[in-house]
Design a protein around this ligand. Structure first.
Ligand code: ZN
Length: 475
């Protein structure tokens, strides 16, 4: 997510928040897994989240979501058929998914047999006993008008999460730290990555956008149907759906990554604001190594924030959200946040600290401002953020995504770069996502990794920056 404190950054000085196989022998629908083996990439070790334990169930390891979504803007109705392949992580009499109550479930089957279920609040409890490490195919039918969920934040750029309907009946989603459950039944926590296939039907000229690559686009009567395939597993907060009258523009990075821009047809100038993305991707690859996924897209929606949704970045349509620095920030997240994802929301600093740090380095370069001067400015502002929202890795759950998880960790990385020297520092920065490709990592994983790779016990250094009640001195 972009840093909200615009004004603290460089030149104009950004100040704030930044910014499938199933055991079911029946024929598989589109997007269904066809063999168990191909889903192994999505095996995860789900944990109970320490910050938001009310969301997600560590008993479920979702492997593949096949989401068939039909949007009717006239009635604001979403009709959905979801095919979920999951692995049970333990023996249990039931299993649980998150699904907002405004969506009425009409049927649930498990491996082709009708299953009993309870749906109270957002908790969808399926009363089918499961056995540890067995895989199950769950098919759900549900429909309704999705309700966005309240965001646990004091940020000014968003207050709700999930499926959002515009006055034109268009749709966009942003859902960090949770809220994917406002539009599908999901294990809505970062530690459970899964593969996705989406089929979206919308009345023409609307078109549905999602993560991954566009596999097909065709008309069915007065509707447009698109199919999207995400080949690398993603956490639920990194999924995206946008439905609107979008124009598609194709580009390519110097390294050969296909880049696609989806912009509102009635705002043709917006695409020019996104074109720096292809060059910026090269700047990031010079520091973080090759882009980790097979394609990159950007979709511009009627929001006032920006999200690093995996392989399809979702940006608000404001001047700041479509600025080169926010684009760069969300692209850095494709390595830090998407390729390697915190196992627990306590460690969102892992994603935001590096994204803001590279954003700062890029801005300093572009504004001909010494990095030291920019970091000194951040260091003056950071203590108050820590006082207001807590240490970066032990923050107040009601202030998700505040400045404290961005600026302190960015300063920490700069101090470590100066201590280790550029060559050693960047070698470890590059190695970390690669060593945790398509996986999750914890605080201890990261601090152990840096200590081992540098041959130095860096635990006290990280603890002081990330867990200290007061800010370490920044020389
Ligand atoms: Zn961010």
């Amino acid at each position: 997510m972009r840093a909200l404190v615009a004004g603290l950054a460089a030149g104009s000085l950004l100040l704030a928040g930044c910014t499938w196989g199933s055991d079911d022998p029946s024929p598989a629908p589109h997007g269904s897994p066809t063999s168990h083996g191909s889903l192994d990439a999505a095996l995860s070790t789900p944990v109970e989240d320490r910050v938001y334990p009310q969301v997600g169930d560590p008993g479920v390891d979702a492997l593949h979501y096949g989401l068939d979504l039909t949007w009717s803007p006239d009635s604001s109705t979403l009709d959905a058929v979801e095919t979920l392949v999951l692995r049970a992580t333990s023996d249990a009499p039931t299993f649980q998914l998150d699904l907002e109550h405004a969506l009425a479930v009409s049927s649930v089957t498990v491996d082709g047999r009708d299953a009993a279920y309870d749906h109270e609040g957002k908790d969808l409890v399926v009363r089918t006993p499961v056995t540890a490490d067995h895989r199950y195919t769950v098919v759900l039918h549900y429909a309704g008008t999705p309700n966005p969920v309240a965001a646990p934040t004091t940020r000014s750029d968003f207050s709700t999460l999930g499926w959002t309907i515009t006055h034109k009946g268009e749709v966009w989603t942003m859902q960090e730290p949770f809220g994917a459950y406002s539009w599908y039944a999901v294990n809505d926590q970062p530690s459970d990555k899964a593969l996705y296939d989406f089929t979206i039907s919308a009345p023409s000229p609307m078109v549905g956008i999602a993560n991954g690559t566009l596999e097909s686009r065709h008309d069915e009567g007065d509707r447009t149907v698109t199919r999207w395939h995400l080949a690398e597993p993603a956490s639920s907060y990194l999924t995206t759906i946008a439905i609107g009258d979008f124009r598609e523009t194709r580009d390519r990075s110097a390294s050969g990554v296909p880049v696609t821009y989806w912009t509102p047809r009635d705002r043709p100038a917006l695409v020019d604001r996104l074109r720096p993305a292809a060059d910026e991707l090269g700047w990031i690859e010079d520091r973080l190594g090759p882009y980790p996924f097979s394609s990159l897209g950007v979709v511009v929606v009627d929001s006032r924030s920006g999200m690093e949704t995996q392989t399809m970045i979702t940006l608000g349509s404001t001047a700041y959200d479509t600025s080169p620095e926010v684009l760069l920030h969300e692209m850095v997240h494709q390595w830090y946040g998407d390729e390697v994802t915190p196992a627990d929301w306590r460690d969102v600093w892992m994603s935001e600290g590096m994204a803001l740090y590279l954003q700062g380095l890029w801005q300093a370069e572009h504004d001909h401002l010494p990095v030291r001067a920019l970091m000194a400015r951040w260091a003056r502002a950071e203590p108050q953020m820590r006082r207001e929202s807590g240490p970066p890795a032990d923050y107040d759950p009601a202030t998700f995504g505040a400045g404290n998880v961005y600026y302190g960790p960015a300063l920490m990385w700069d101090q470590l770069r100066r201590r280790l020297g550029d060559e050693r520092f960047w070698a470890v920065v590059r190695a970390w996502p690669k060593a945790h490709e398509d996986a999750n990592a914890s605080y201890d994983d990261l601090t152990d990794f840096w200590s081992e790779r540098t041959g130095t016990d860096l635990h006290p250094f990280f603890d002081s920056w990330l867990l200290g009640a007061t800010s370490p001195s920044f020389p």
